[in-house]
Design a protein. Structure first.
Length: 240
């Protein structure tokens, strides 16, 4: 038996206006959210999106989580209110993908693939956007926000790199980056195993007893991979 639901527009003036002025875009937005509703209950995700909030905190709800994520990443003005008055959408990280005027004529793209450590043949897509945001979130998990905020507050740095070599070396994921540089060179630094979320530190012939990057024993098995829970270094292991 087919089930249908209707969308009430009385309390949605912006959507009502969009359906009149740009019905194609309005239908695209509605269709996107409907498809995400279905995905929220997909059992193949192991922990469905609908169940995820309670795993984080007992008072966190699904509306809180989803609205917070969307508003946090899409309300451009709130990312940097002061700069927004001048730069508008430029304050958003994805503005790196925008075309730039070329002094010699025409437009050119910034090197957003290198900036986000993406393959040279990467093209804007759902998968690419997801990968970019995952990388940003992975990095923030290992940055001491309190220390970073202190330095930003006194205008000493623009990004965590400005902490200086001594402070950067203290960041939890530094051993993984140092290992990548030592084994594979500068171009490999920051690369992830996209399917497991750990830094790509190559492949090992045997299962390690401790992390080759930081010598920590807390190694986690994920399929054919080993991931270090201390510095986020990941290794493919042939013997697994």
């Amino acid at each position: 038996m087919a089930h249908e639901f209707k969308i009430k527009l009385d309390d949605k003036p912006h959507l009502s206006k969009a359906l009149l002025e740009n019905p194609q875009m309005a239908k695209e937005v509605i269709g996107t959210f409907v498809s995400l509703m279905e995905e929220a209950f997909d059992p193949d995700k192991h922990i469905t999106w609908a169940e995820l909030p309670i795993k984080f905190h007992p008072t966190l709800t699904f509306p809180m989580l989803i609205k917070g994520i969307l508003r946090g990443s899409l309300d451009v003005k709130e990312i940097n209110p002061e700069a927004y008055e001048v730069f508008f959408e430029e304050v958003h990280p994805l503005s790196k993908m925008t075309t730039r005027p070329n002094p010699l004529g025409g437009n050119t793209y910034s090197n957003w693939r290198d900036h986000f450590k993406m393959p040279n043949d990467a093209k804007p897509s759902e998968e690419v956007i997801a990968s970019i945001f995952r990388k940003m979130l992975r990095y923030t998990r290992y940055i001491d926000i309190a220390t970073l905020h202190k330095y930003l507050d006194v205008n000493q740095i623009a990004t965590y790199r400005g902490l200086g070599d001594e402070q950067v070396a203290k960041l939890p994921f530094y051993p993984a980056l140092r290992y990548q540089r030592a084994v594979f060179g500068d171009l490999h630094v920051g690369k992830f195993f996209e399917n497991i979320g750990f830094f790509d530190c190559g492949e090992l012939a045997v299962e390690p007893e401790e992390c080759p990057a930081c010598q920590h024993p807390d190694m986690h098995t994920i399929g054919q991979y080993k991931g270090c829970l201390a510095c986020n270094a990941g290794f493919g292991v042939k013997a697994l």
